[in-house]
Structures are given as structure tokens and as C-alpha cells.
Design a protein around this ligand. Structure first.
Ligand code: ACK
Length: 966
């Protein structure tokens, strides 16, 4: 008989099917096709088992294969071991085996002995020349079967199929490893064996270079890699990326910015060309030089001003170069005794700037001299300028307190921001010379009284600040304060003091003094008040009744302070009561809408629980088994038989012994909340046991437990329509909650329960306990987020909207964000959002605009809906009502779910079943014309309901359209 092994080989046709995996993400550790000469792997038994055979491949290149075909003999155990393969830093290696396998049916007389699989093993080792390795030292990777075994057809024109199988193995303990192939009686040819590992290739992202990186040991592990800034760039924020297990880079965070003088072009920083500049490290490009400036070299950080143009220190590099102003125009002066009003017009040229200001120079010049050589000195500091002397923005100044009959020269300078840099001189000024008129002396000041007696005092004063000529005499006017100026006396004197006599004792007097020159009297001084005393003789060192004055002054002050305080407090009070009133008005709620009632508003928690939950007699509950642990104690399943009703399966949460008052209240709060809801997608409360211990909360039983674990258990087993059906149920429950103004705060797949019909129900309600019993929830700190946080409370970062993390703004819109995360969890079959990134990186990535990518095979429309839920602005996120409408549309038009981001077309409703009751009411509109009820039910896997529906009178799809949940 022709031995089957001779039939093994590769035909030209099969060669066409070989996938060419040329990808620079792969590093090949072994490829039997490229090994020169024979492989000479260790075979056991050495004879009659695996045998090395050289054949020609599809390109007529000789390759080495291993073949075995002892299909007629029982109890085969043929081992083939590769040479030592160094792992070269890899942590997970992939073994790609191409092989052909004879179909046992095609071999006559082999029943019972012929097999169609072989086993793949590995053994980690530091020894690259182990001569003998026990079979038991090898660890099994997998049993490999052919996808397509071949049947021998026409010998002259055979079409043989080549199988390609890939398995991955974690190799982390030794420097290398051996692979082994165990044959137990098949007819196989190993055509090629390729061993490789995956890397994330060197890449540049956000101007940071990330090196070629070996992927992690586990299929879900991410390797965190820090990037280094490309030449001529600097860190904006530490550049980081994660190398995923399949060699893809994920979640770029941070990055670099081109330094001044450089701009980003094609992932590198290129110098700004001549005529351009860039002043700062930024992601902007180079800018053209502003007017009147230039750059002569590449890489300019600033442009130089053209000759005659300047830049002030405070001018930004983006501003045009400018010039100083020309001189002010049309300076005119109007003299009024010892004052002068100066006015001028702005310069003709402002030099391209708007920061013009003026300053005034004041000179006293020699009388009568008009020549250039006249002697001028700066005016004294007693001259007053209004509104000022320098940095004037107005073009009018009043100069007062000049000397009478004096020549003054005033020079008005115009300046702007570049006057100093340009060294601008007199060209920017204009001057005028004036002579002041004769003027009376200024008022006398600093009046004092000494030597006070009951009838007299000595009055003293200083010369006026501006006598404006020779003082000829002083005039003192005084009167009793009580009589006002109705009668007064006048004394004239040449000296600066006078003895005032003939006064009444203990009487207050008012004194005024003025001076006279040739120009006449000046004005009287301000009133000076003084009292005589009862002493017959003056007291040495006597002052005014200073203590009294002090007391009265401070008394008035204290009085003023008290009244000011009373005034402020009374104002504050009225503002506070207004605020309170405002907030009370705000709290007024819209009547007529059913709103959930916070059980914590009840003083007595038992009152709340009995308002919203039914008390169940413990004897009607039969606990069967423990199904999990909650925060307060065990969760069990069991049966509940209430009189007059059929027995139902229930979940029973109990409160463990030794609880505090707070724990009791928190435990029961969940029931008080749940008891207010009545919706097919919200977990139903059956009742509570509060009259005996342990306290219990009884809910409907959800056979499939929590959604995340359920999906992980059934990875890849649902159709897209089934997944969307689950999401629709959750959205419907959430819409109901949001209509009741209930904010969940901890919406996540782990808090959704699934029943045997795949109906998803929102669970996990509560108030203070919300987030406290969730292992995902963490205490947030300022450092973690870089944002202010009110103290207290834990937050499940990955599921929570940024505004809720940053400042605890929990709203229905933040629930919508969490819903988007639940969508991602569902479509990725319970994958952990943001994989094993840490919370701080998640917060940072979200802040920088990163969003979770579409899971494998995720329809584009679903991912778009997730992205909408993750809008930074919460007002821009969809409402649950909009989400529900959108999902209904998708279910009705399954074609829209076909387009996915990946290669594999997603199965649609037409191709597969839909076993959930949630979607029973959703009839695909597109099919209404052509389909019968029976066909449609078949297409969604619910054909068992055909009779029920027919019996109920639903015979056409049109009639089904009117069917609702109820
Ligand atoms: O993922 P699971 O199986 O689903 O484990 C948790 C465990 O109890 C602790 O919460 C399960 N569980 C909670 N409520 C119910 C319920 N109503 N029906 C079925 N299982 C439930 C949950």
C-alpha cells in the first residue's frame, strides 16, 4: 500500500492560501523555512516516528518538513522536539504551525487507530543543549486540530489544503524554551514552524519618540512606555503610551512642543525659514515677521526691527516695529494771575502706536530775557500741575501756584513706548514762554495760640507759602464762635504774632489771618478755633484742651464705628434672608411629576421603609443557597410563596448581626428606594423583613447574575442585536430613573443583573452606601485630579463623568456618561474599561480628550453613540430618551449595525437569532412588507412564540407593531 506520508506536500493551489505575515511588529525567533540545511530536531522514537523530509514549496524552494503517518498502528506516542529557542526578551511568544493532515475517512481500514490532531508542548530552560528532556517536563499548550483536513482525490490533480494554526505561550521564567509536537496516531506533515513575538514598533506621537517595545506577558497587559521628545522640542506634559498585547500603541498621553524658532512638520521640529519666526514653545506654526521687521537666518525666535523702527521691552514679538511720535502741535497758553492753562494738539505722526503720553517741563527764566542764552532754572516743587506733570494722556494742563510777575517757559514732550529705545530728542517737544500777572499773597497757615488766660492769648502764624511780593502787613479777624461773624474785631500788625486781649473767659473764639502786599490782600486763612480758660495767668506749656479734644474726637470716631458696624450688619442680615428666600424659591418643585423621594428626608427610617416596601412574613421565605456577598452580608437565592400568589424565585439580601444604627438605615435605604420604582428594567422589590432578625431585602431573582461576569463567561457568543437588546433594556431603565429625577451615580455592568431571558435590569440603589460597597470606587484626592474636590465619598473613576470626579456634579448627564462606559463593557464582553491603566492616567487621558476606542467588531454607530455619551460638555450628551430612540432605530434597521471599524463583518439580526424578550416589541420596519410573523420570529430565534402570538390574534407584522412591553 502506498504510505500516506508520501502524499503529504504542498500543491501550487494550496500555496496561494498561505497568508504572508510580513509585519514589522513581529520579531521572528525561529522560521523553519529560512533555516539552511537540515533541522535535525530530536525525535522519539528515533526510528518509525517523526521523520524529516525535504520537499519543494510553492516557489520551488526546498523546505524541511516533519512527517508522521502511523495511522494503522494503535497506541502511537511520537515526540518531536525543536532545538532550544532563545526568547530574546519576549514574554509571550506565538507559535505558527502550517501543516497538512489526512482525513481519517479517506484512509481505508484505519478506524480506531487514526487520529486527526496533534499536541503542542513547551518547556522553559536556560540550557541551550539539553540532550534529554522528560516528556513530563513539557507543559501542554493545546491540542491542535486542522481547520480543514484534506481528502485524497485525484492523485494526478490533487488539491491539498494547508492549515495554519497559531497558539501563544507565556515564557517568562528562563532564557529560552523548547517546543515539542506529540503525535498520537495522525497522518501529519509539519510544513513550517514559525515562532515569533510581537512588539509595538518605534513610533513618533505628539512629537515624542517611543522605542520599539516588546509586548507584555498577558493578553490583556499593557506596557507603559515613556516617550522622549524629538530634536528641538520640549515636554509639554510627560509623553506616555501603552503597548498593547497585539503590538498596537494605545492611549497616547502628554507630548512635546517645538522649541522657539521651530515648528512641527511631519512629526519633526523644523526651523522657521527666513522671514518667519516663532517666539514660544507651542504647537502653533512659524509666523511671518510683523511689519517693519525681518529675520535673516533660519530658526528665528524673534524678528529684528528695520532701521529707524523700534520695539519696546513690553512689546510682544508679534507686534509691528514702531517709531517715536513727532512733536505735539499748536501749544497755546492762557495766563490767569499766577495760573497758566496750557493746551496743545496731538502730534501729526504717532509712530504706529497708541501709547502716546505727554510730560511738561517747567522753567523759570530770567526776567525780560528772550534770547536763547537766557538763564532758566527748573520751577520749584511748590508748583501744582493738574491733572499732573508727567505721563499725561490728556492735552490740557492747568499750572497753579506760580510766582507772580515771573517769566516761565513750559516745554511739552510727546513720548511713546519706543521713545527711550530710539533715544528720541527735542524733535518730539514744543515750548511756550509766559509771564504771570501780579498776584496777592497766598493764605496764611499754621496758626497757633499760646499764653492763654481767661481774657487773652498770643496768636502766632507763618508767612504765606507764596507771598507774591513784599508783605506790608497782616490782618487778624476774630469773633466769638457762638456769635458767628455777626460781630468781629480786627487787629493789624507787621509781625507774625499778636497779643489778643479783652476776651471773655471760657469762651470759644474763631480767628482768621491774611497778608497784604502791593498787589492787595490775600485770602483769609481757614478758621482757627480756640477757647479762653478761667486762669488769670498763662500756664507754661499749655496746649488746647487737648485731652478733651482727643476724647471728643475719639468718642465721635467710636460712635461712627458703631453705627457703621450696625449698618453693615443690618445690610448683611437682609442679604442673608434674601438668599435663603431665593434658595427656598428655587427648591419649589414642579407639581404633577412623579419624583423619587429621598428616604433620608424621613426622620424615622422605618416610616420610609413601610411607605415604600411591603413587610414579608419570614415563614413564606425558603432560603436555598448562598449566591454571593454584599456589603451588609450574604446574598442568597430562594423561593417566596405569598398567599394567593404562585411561588417565585427570589434573591435575599440579609443584614449581618452586630450592625450599627447607620448600617441598618443604609441597608434599608436600598429597599426604600427600590420600592418606589416599577419598571421592567429595574430590579423589582418583593418586600422586606424588618420585624425579625436578620433583616432581609427580597428582590426578584436574576438567574444570570451580574452583567459583567455574565458577558465574560459568554465571550463572543451573542449577536450584535442581542447586545443592543441588552443595552436597550438598560437605557429604558435609566430613562425611567431619570424621569423620576433619580441619579444612580454607580451605573456599571457589575450593577446590572441579567435574568434567564437576557433581560437586563438596573440594580444597586442606595444613598450613603452608593459607591461605598463598590470595590471600583476610590477616594479621590486633589492630587489625583488636579481639580478641587469637596471632601468625602468614593468614586468609581473609570465609569464617572469628569465633572462628577472634579467637583461631584452628579446628574442624569453624568449617568449618561457611565451608560456610555456600560455600552463599551457590553460590546467588549466585559473587558475592563481602560484595561489596566491606573486611575490617574485615566483621568489625565480623559482630560486630554482621549476616549475608549471601539471594541472589536463594534458597529460604528454604537461607538459613535458611546462617544456622544462621553462629550466633555454635559449639556451636549444625549438624554436617555434620545439614547433609547437611537437604539430602537438600530434594532429596526439592523443593516446600520453592519458597518464595523474592524475587518470582520458583524453578524446582523437577519443572520442570527435574538433570544431576548426585551426586543419582542421591536419589529423591524424594513421587513413589514415582505415578512410573515413566523418568518420574523424565526429570524430572531423566537419561533417558539409563533403559536402564542397567533392565538392572541397577532397574525401580521403590522399588528405586531402595536405590541408593547405591557
Ligand atoms: O455576579 P453575581 O452572581 O450577581 O454576584 C453578585 C452577588 O449576588 C452579590 O451582589 C448576586 N445578586 C445580587 N442580587 C441578585 C438577584 N436579584 N438575583 C440574582 N443574583 C443576585 C450578584
Amino acid at each position: 500500500m502506498e504510505t500516506p506520508s508520501r502524499e503529504l506536500g504542498i500543491s501550487r493551489e494550496s500555496g496561494k492560501n498561505i497568508p504572508t505575515v510580513i509585519n514589522q511588529n513581529f520579531v521572528t525567533l525561529l522560521d523553519t523555512r529560512t533555516v539552511p540545511g537540515e533541522l535535525k530536531w530530536a525525535a522519539s522514537p528515533a526510528e518509525g516516528g517523526w521523520e524529516e523530509v525535504s520537499i519543494m514549496d510553492e516557489k520551488n524552494i526546498p523546505i524541511r518538513t516533519y512527517q508522521v503517518c502511523n495511522v494503522l498502528e494503535p497506541n502511537q506516542n511520537n515526540w518531536l522536539r525543536t532545538d532550544w529557542i532563545p526568547r530574546s526578551g519576549a514574554q509571550r511568544v506565538y507559535v505558527e504551525v502550517k501543516f497538512t493532515l489526512r482525513d481519517c475517512n479517506s484512509l481505508p481500514g484505519v478506524t480506531g487507530t487514526c487520529k486527526e490532531t496533534f499536541n503542542l508542548y513547551y518547556h522553559e530552560s536556560n540550557d541551550d543543549r539539553e540532550s534529554y528532556i522528560k516528556e513530563s517536563s513539557f507543559i501542554k499548550v493545546d491540542t491542535v486540530a486542522a481547520d480543514e483536513s484534506f481528502t485524497q482525490v485525484d492523485v494526478g490533480d490533487r488539491i491539498m489544503k494547508l492549515n495554519t494554526e497559531v497558539r501563544d505561550v507565556k515564557v517568562t521564567t528562563r532564557k529560552g524554551f523548547y517546543l515539542a509536537f506529540q503525535d498520537v496516531g495522525a497522518c501529519i506533515a509539519l510544513v513550517s514552524v514559525r515562532v515569533f513575538f510581537k512588539t509595538c514598533p518605534l513610533t513618533i506621537r505628539n512629537l515624542a519618540t517611543f522605542p520599539d517595545t516588546v509586548t507584555g506577558a498577558d493578553t490583556s497587559s499593557l506596557v507603559e512606555v515613556r516617550g522622549s521628545c524629538v530634536n528641538q522640542s520640549e515636554e509639554r506634559d510627560e509623553p506616555k503610551m501603552y503597548c498593547g498585547a497585539d503590538g498596537e500603541w494605545l492611549v497616547p498621553i502628554g507630548g512635546c512642543l517645538c522649541t522657539p524658532g521651530y515648528e512641527e512638520k511631519g512629526g519633526a521640529c523644523k526651523a522657521c525659514s527666513v522671514g518667519f519666526y516663532k517666539a514660544k514653545s507651542s504647537d502653533a506654526g512659524c509666523s511671518k515677521c510683523p511689519p517693519h521687521s525681518h529675520s535673516l537666518r533660519d530658526g528665528a525666535t524673534e524678528c529684528d526691527c528695520n532701521s529707524g523702527f523700534f520695539r519696546a521691552d513690553s512689546d510682544p514679538p508679534s507686534m509691528a516695529c514702531t517709531q517715536p511720535p513727532s512733536a505735539p502741535l499748536q501749544l497755546i497758553s492762557v495766563v490767569n494771575e499766577t495760573s497758566v492753562v496750557l493746551e496743545w494738539a496731538p502730534p501729526r505722526r504717532l509712530g504706529g502706536r497708541s501709547d502716546i503720553s505727554y510730560s511738561l517741563e517747567c522753567l523759570i527764566c530770567q526776567t525780560g530775557s528772550h534770547s536763547h542764552s537766557q538763564l532758566c532754572l527748573p520751577c520749584g516743587s511748590d508748583v501744582l500741575f493738574s491733572p499732573g506733570q508727567t505721563r499725561l494722556k490728556t492735552t490740557r494742563v492747568v499750572v497753579r501756584e506760580l510766582r507772580a510777575h515771573t517769566h516761565y517757559t513750559f516745554i511739552v514732550h510727546a513720548r511713546n513706548g519706543v521713545s527711550q529705545a530710539s533715544g528720541a530728542g527735542p524733535a518730539q517737544s514744543v515750548s511756550v514762554t509766559v509771564t504771570t500777572n501780579q498776584a496777592a499773597p497766598s493764605p496764611v497757615s499754621s496758626i497757633q495760640a499760646t499764653d492763654v488766660t481767661r481774657h487773652s492769648l498770643l496768636l502766632l502764624w507763618q508767612q504765606p507759602d507764596r507771598p507774591n511780593g513784599v508783605i506790608l502787613e497782616y490782618e487778624v479777624k476774630f469773633y466769638e464762635k457762638d456769635h458767628k461773624e455777626r460781630s468781629y474785631r480786627i487787629i493789624r500788625t507787621f509781625s507774625r504774632n499778636v497779643d489778643v486781649t479783652g476776651l471773655n473767659p471760657l469762651t470759644a473764639y474763631v480767628f482768621h489771618v491774611r497778608a497784604r502786599t502791593a498787589a492787595g490782600y490775600g485770602e483769609f486763612s481757614a478758621p482757627f478755633e480756640f477757647s479762653t480758660n478761667s486762669d488769670p495767668f498763662p500756664l507754661i506749656g499749655e496746649g488746647v484742651n487737648s485731652a478733651f479734644l482727643l476724647l471728643s474726637v475719639s468718642g465721635v470716631g467710636i460712635l461712627l464705628l458703631i453705627s457703621a458696624a450696625v449698618f453693615i450688619i443690618s445690610r448683611r442680615r437682609s442679604k442673608y434672608s434674601k438668599t435663603r428666600q431665593d434658595s427656598e424659591e428655587e427648591k419649589h418643585l414642579n407639581p404633577g411629576v412623579k419624583i423619587y423621594v429621598d428616604p433620608f428626608t424621613y426622620e424615622d427610617p422605618d416610616q420610609a421603609i413601610h411607605e415604600f416596601a411591603k413587610e414579608i412574613d419570614v415563614s413564606s421565605i425558603h432560603i436555598e443557597r448562598v449566591i454571593g456577598m454584599g456589603e451588609f452580608g450574604e446574598v442568597c437565592s430562594g423561593r417566596l410563596r405569598v398567599q394567593g400568589k404562585r411561588e417565585i424565585y427570589v434573591a435575599i439580601k440579609s443584614l449581618k448581626a452586630g450592625y450599627s444604627d447607620k448600617q441598618r438605615r443604609d441597608f434599608l435605604s436600598e429597599a426604600s428606594i427600590m420600592g418606589q420604582f416599577d419598571h421592567p428594567n429595574i430590579i423589582r422589590l418583593e418586600g422586606v423583613v424588618t420585624r425579625c432578625k436578620p433583616l432581609m431585602i427580597i428582590t426578584e431573582y436574576m438567574e444570570n447574575g451580574s452583567l459583567d461576569a455574565f458577558l465574560r463567561k459568554h465571550d463572543g457568543q451573542f449577536t450584535v442585536i442581542q447586545l443592543v437588546g441588552m443595552l436597550r433594556g438598560i437605557a429604558s431603565g435609566m430613562k425611567y430613573l431619570s424621569d423620576m429625577s433619580y441619579v444612580h451615580r454607580d451605573l456599571a455592568a457589575r450593577n446590572i443583573l441579567v435574568n434567564s431571558n437576557l433581560v437586563c435590569k438596573v440594580s444597586d440603589f442606595g444613598l450613603s452606601r452608593v459607591l461605598e460597597d463598590d470595590p471600583e470606587a476610590v477616594y479621590t484626592a486633589r492630587e489625583a485630579t488636579g481639580t478641587y474636590l469637596s471632601p468625602g465619598g468614593k468614586i468609581p473613576i473609570r465609569w464617572t463623568a469628569p465633572e462628577a470626579i472634579a467637583y461631584r456634579k452628579f446628574t442624569t448627564a453624568s449617568d449618561v456618561w457611565s451608560y456610555g462606559i456600560v455600552m463599551w463593557e457590553v460590546v467588549s464582553y466585559g473587558e475592563r474599561p481602560y484595561w489596566d491603566m491606573n486611575n490617574q492616567d485615566v483621568i489625565k487621558a480623559i482630560e486630554e480628550g482621549y476616549r475608549l476606542p471601539a471594541p472589536m467588531d463594534c458597529p460604528v454607530v454604537l461607538h459613535q453613540l458611546m462617544l456622544d455619551c462621553w462629550e466633555r460638555e454635559r449639556a451636549e450628551r444625549p438624554t436617555f430618551s434620545q439614547i433609547l430612540n437611537m437604539l430602537d432605530k438600530l434594532i429596526r434597521n439592523p443593516g446600520t449595525l453592519r458597518r464595523t471599524g474592524g475587518d470582520r463583518p458583524a453578524p446582523t439580526m437577519l443572520e442570527s437569532g435574538m433570544a431576548s424578550e426585551v426586543c419582542v416589541s421591536v419589529v423591524p420596519e424594513v421587513c413589514v412588507q415582505e415578512w410573515s410573523v413566523c418568518e420574523w420570529l424565526q429570524s430572531i430565534g423566537l419561533e417558539r412564540y409563533t403559536d402564542t402570538l397567533a392565538a392572541a390574534g397577532y397574525t401580521s407584522l403590522d399588528s405586531l407593531l402595536a405590541l408593547t412591553h405591557q
